[in-house]
Write a protein of this length. Structure first.
Length: 310
């Protein structure tokens, strides 16, 4: 009897293992299309670009292994690398805070419960959908040209505006303005965060005599810091990767005088204008490291200023 029970138990465990194996195989079968895409379109190209960053490759001949020479050149003998990094960091420094501040301001206005909120929300989000397109970049170039709409509007008041995109003192500013105009995405996230703040906190603060400005600094901003942190990280990464506006407005040159030479634009020039694919791959990995360092610093510093419910 005991032997029969043991045999039955072993048979049941074997059937359980077969069922588990069958379910596991079924799961991987359903994951196969994603795995093929991930390996073929994401992981594979990433590993290939890492290999190419240690080679001399011009698309016409086989890659030639040169070790860390590309990275040494980036660090010691490439003045355009420093110029493009300066332009990119200036863009990030001004575009991200201004965009977040503008998005938060609009979100606070919409949070007052105005009529037709879904319509306003959709209209304000629209620039985020269109802002990175080639058509909007072309339109922006026409707006800020020497005879563009901006200068025509200034002429009404007797002001002669410069050719904004042709003047190195103003060219980067036009791209910052375009980035700020795409405030819809962080605005939607800010609005969702504002809706989660209990109204009774504001009512209690009003009873205690706190003005709106004090309520913002003592209630709204501290409780909104997780959302601010999320938006800051996402928007900074997007700013580091900005390419299309600079490419279209400067016609691919990064001018005038490299004033709009974003890092991604310089990477594009090295890859597809100079056909230095190995060097461009090294530039891409430097950008990956920079973004990773920024993200790591953001998460390390978040413990000092991001306040969660607990």
């Amino acid at each position: 009897m005991t032997i029969a029970v043991q045999a039955s138990g072993r048979a049941e465990r074997a059937r359980g293992r077969r069922r588990l194996t069958s379910r596991t195989l079924s799961g991987y079968m359903f994951l196969t299309p994603w795995l093929i895409g991930f390996i073929g379109l994401t992981a594979g190209p990433i590993l290939v670009s890492l290999y190419l960053s240690f080679t001399d490759f011009d698309l016409l001949q086989d890659p030639r292994w040169i070790g860390a020479a590309n990275y040494v050149r980036i660090a010691t003998a490439d003045p355009k690398f420093l110029s493009s990094m300066k332009v990119t960091f200036l863009f990030v420094l001004f575009a991200v805070p201004l965009k977040l501040a503008f998005a938060l301001g609009v979100a606070m206005l919409l949070n007052k419960g105005i009529a037709g909120l879904p319509v306003y929300r959709a209209l304000f989000y629209l620039p985020s959908l269109l802002g990175a397109s080639v058509a909007i970049a072309v339109l922006w170039r026409q707006l800020f040209a020497g005879n563009g709409l901006i200068n025509q509007a200034l002429a009404i008041f007797g002001i002669q505006g410069p050719s904004w995109i042709s003047n190195p003192s103003y060219a980067l500013s036009t791209l910052v303005i375009l980035s700020v105009w795409q405030f819809g995405s962080p605005m939607i996230i800010f609005l969702a965060g504002l809706r989660q703040i209990p109204r009774d906190l504001y009512e209690a603060a009003s009873i205690d005599g706190a003005k709106r400005w004090h309520q913002f600094w003592r209630i709204t901003l501290p409780l909104l810091t997780p959302v601010v942190f999320f938006n800051a990280v996402i928007q900074t990464i997007e700013a580091f990767k900005a390419f299309t506006p600079a490419f279209i407005i400067s016609e691919g040159t990064g001018g005038p005088i490299d004033s709009t030479l974003f890092y991604t634009l310089y990477l594009y020039q090295e890859a597809f204008s100079n056909f230095r694919m190995g060097y461009a791959s090294a530039l891409a990995w430097v950008l990956v490291v920079i973004i990773a360092l920024f993200t790591a610093f953001s998460f390390l510093s978040a413990r000092y200023w991001v306040h969660y419910d607990e």
